[in-house]
Ligand binder design. Structure first.
Ligand SMILES: NCc1[nH]cc(CCC(=O)O)c1CC(=O)O
Length: 317
């Protein structure tokens, strides 16, 4: 925690919260600040937002998977945490690598937002015009779309939410897909058509915000822990355990959703080949903290996967 004395002026923050600079990242950090202040009865200026430029935001012209993957979203914030320049970092859990250093602790997962993908440019997957160009650079979204609509073509589409909507508006693609959670946090709830999650599974941890701090900083970990939502934590950790068992990376077209009822998790997952021609599905039910059961579903999917799918996963176990 930042040093402060009993006589510290109001302007001395209790906690420096690191975030990426994109409008979505900042909105997520603002939500985290609101929740922290509410939970602890702090004034808003007790939490200082520190905006850090991430490598993932600097390189926009190539697919994330080709330039270093999800690490590019967290690298700078990881360093700032290690150097003590921030006390905690806010992340979209979807963008956080599956294996994290022991020196960092995910101290809270906020109540998960809408997990669905939103289709923009057509009223439904079936209503997309024949041969339409789908703007996405997410291997999962590309493979899912090609599975349902092999007549479509994928065009490379990166950038933040506003950039992608602008690219769509100028006709760089006919259709795009975005996370409902991101649109909602940016105040764009009316945009597009949410796809039913049971027919179109989202990415692992989609819609979840996580806050990391230094494992050694027990005081900050405790303070952040006050805003953890256990149900969201359990489903997100189950999805990440599945991903870890698969050895999934951002090259891997994997769709998964865990839902929780009491302490029972139901997890549904699909793996695709990159061209979307092949798919393997599985479902498992297990107790909320049984991460081994989540990993078992991953191994079961790999066992049943065709070679074209299996090659996209390293299958750590
Ligand atoms: N990969 C970018 C990213 N990371 C998190 C979100 C949305 C918010 C979330 O899923 O929590 C987005 C944008 C998108 O996929 O539309």
């Amino acid at each position: 925690m930042a040093q402060h004395t009993q006589n510290s002026s109001k302007s001395v923050p209790k906690l420096r919260l690191g975030t990426r600079q994109s409008p979505l990242a900042v909105a997520q950090a603002e939500e985290t600040r609101r929740r922290l202040c509410a939970a602890h009865g702090w004034d808003e200026d007790a939490v200082e937002l520190v905006k850090v430029r991430a490598s993932g935001d600097k390189i926009q012209d190539r697919p994330l998977a080709d330039i270093g993957g999800k690490a590019l979203w967290t690298r700078e914030l990881d360093i700032w945490l290690a150097e003590g320049k921030i006390d905690a970092a806010v992340h979209s859990m979807k963008d956080v690598e599956t294996i994290r250093p022991d020196s960092l602790t995910i101290a809270a997962i906020l109540p998960r937002a809408d997990v669905r993908d939103v289709l923009i440019g057509a009223a439904s997957v079936n209503a997309i015009p024949r041969g339409a160009r789908i703007g996405t650079s997410a291997p999962r979204r590309a493979a899912q779309m090609l599975y349902h609509r092999p007549d479509c073509t994928i065009v490379f589409f990166r950038g933040n939410v506003a950039t992608r909507l602008a690219k769509l508006a100028v006709g760089e693609a006919d259709v795009t897909l975005l996370a409902a959670a991101g649109l909602e946090r940016l105040g764009q709830t009316g945009t597009g058509t949410p796809l039913p999650a049971d027919e179109w599974l989202p990415a692992p941890a989609q819609g979840a915000i996580g806050i990391e701090c230094n494992t050694a900083d027990a005081e900050t970990c405790r303070s952040i822990g006050a805003i953890n939502d256990p149900a969201s934590q359990h489903t997100v950790m189950a999805e990440r355990a599945l991903l870890a068992a698969l050895g999934g990376t951002c090259h891997s077209p994997i769709a998964v959703l865990a839902t929780i009822d009491g302490d029972q998790i139901t997890m549904r997952a699909s793996l695709f080949s990159s061209d979307g021609l092949e798919r393997v599905d599985g479902t498992a039910r297990f107790a909320a903290e049984d991460l081994d059961a989540a990993a078992d579903l991953g191994r079961d999917l790999l066992d049943r996967a065709s070679p074209a799918i299996r090659t996209l996963f390293t299958g750590l176990s």
